[in-house]
Write a protein that binds this ligand. Structure first.
Ligand SMILES: Nc1ncnc2c1ncn2[C@@H]1O[C@H](COP(=O)(O)OP(=O)(O)O)[C@@H](O)[C@H]1O
Ligand SMILES: C[C@@](O)(CCOP(=O)(O)O)CC(=O)O
Ligand SMILES: [Mg+2]
Length: 333
């Protein structure tokens, strides 16, 4: 038997990092996906084929007639830990240990703030649970995805696995969520081309918080209030122009606060300022930061902003909200 499942990337519109401290956040699934195929194998082992992941710590040395390969196996194993934990949790849940081969292909850049870790975990849980005959709802899959992120990263709000499993546009807080009406948002995502590790960035914020709680706590509180305000604006009956202007202002404030937490980089800020100068109403980091992506809200100016991002050294992506979260694409008996 063989199952193919897919799960989407996301952008966090408002509230990354503060969401880890129990504040609300707003996120949307986007139309980039990770595909996971799961099938039984004969040798009884768990085999993971990750086709889009570079082997970390690979060294190649040459002599005239020989090539030597060395790998840092510790690092290579770590890179696959989201997939491994996802498989383990499903097997535990199903009370079955079987030989399974999992093959992954992905459209989502890794470590770019677009939730590749959650998408790979959710798609793996979806494919393997179906293969083992375990019936899980999307909410249960989101909860298992959250567990995977907690095990690997040490801390996770759960917003990414939730939006990846459920899809659409969500307001999220402490494990609960509300679906917001899907509106067409004229956004442009800008990728710096470099990556940041969520595990490390979350730990960096935690260190600042523990060493200077009196300074960091008000920043996190401000972020929480800003998200409440953004939700009100999204749900209000204002006309679009006013809505976008208010949301843009809130994005700019959110970016400044993320910078204050220490998760921006020069490349991210370069793309943020280039977008604003090209006419975006707002621009901010999306996801954990430390590299990765920013996004801009640019009604009527998406082409100009995309060009400005390119000139500033980034890769622009025009994306759409994906209404669909986890999807079982194919089941072959
Ligand atoms: N296609 C994939 N195959 C296997 N593992 C993946 C894949 N995509 C992402 N991952 C895992 O997710 C990690 C990146 O997650 P993270 O640091 O949270 O960044 P982000 O979620 O923003 O991309 C990778 O180091 C890897 O462990
Ligand atoms: C920084 C954080 O708020 C979002 C991380 O998103 P990503 O892994 O960078 O896509 C962490 C979390 O919510 O668990
Ligand atoms: Mg992640």
């Amino acid at each position: 038997m063989r199952v193919l499942a897919s799960a989407p990337a996301k952008i966090i519109l408002f509230g990354e990092h503060s969401v880890v401290y129990g504040k609300p956040a707003i996120a949307a699934a986007i139309d980039l996906r990770t595909y996971v195929k799961a099938e039984f194998n004969e040798n009884g082992r768990i085999r993971i084929e990750a086709k889009d992941i570079r082997t970390p710590g690979l060294t190649v040395s040459f002599t005239e007639d020989q090539i030597y390969f060395e790998t840092d196996y510790g690092k290579a194993a770590e890179v696959l830990s989201y997939v491994r934990e996802a498989i383990n949790l499903v097997m535990e849940e199903a009370g079955k240990q079987k030989g399974i081969t999992v093959s992954i292909t992905s459209q989502i850049p890794v470590g770019a703030g677009l939730g590749s870790s959650a998408a790979v975990a959710v798609a793996t849980i979806g494919a393997v649970s179906r293969l083992l005959g375990l019936e899980l709802s999307k909410k249960e899959i989101a909860k298992l995805g959250h567990k995977v992120e907690l095990l690997v990263q040490g801390a996770s709000s759960g917003i990414d696995p939730t939006v990846s499993a459920v899809g659409g546009f969500l307001y999220y807080q402490k494990g609960s969520f509300e679906s917001l009406p899907v509106v067409e948002l004229p956004i442009v995502v800008g990728y710096t081309g470099s990556s940041g590790s969520t595990k490390e960035l979350v730990a960096k914020v935690r260190k600042n918080y523990e060493e200077m709680p009196e300074i960091i706590e008000p920043i996190l509180n401000s972020m929480g209030r800003l998200v409440e305000k953004a939700r009100e604006v999204i749900l209000a009956e204002y006309d679009k122009e006013i809505k976008f202007q208010l949301l843009g202002r809130l994005m700019n404030i959110n970016h400044g606060l993320l910078d204050a937490l220490g998760v921006s980089t020069k490349s991210l800020s370069d793309l943020v300022y280039a977008s604003r100068e090209a006419g975006a109403l707002g621009a901010k980091i999306t996801g954990a930061g430390g590299g990765g992506c920013m996004y801009a809200l640019a009604p009527g100016k998406q082409t100009e902003v995309a060009t400005a991002i390119k000139i500033a050294g980034g890769v622009p992506m025009i994306t759409k909200i994906s209404r669909e979260g986890l999807r079982i694409e194919e089941v072959e008996e």
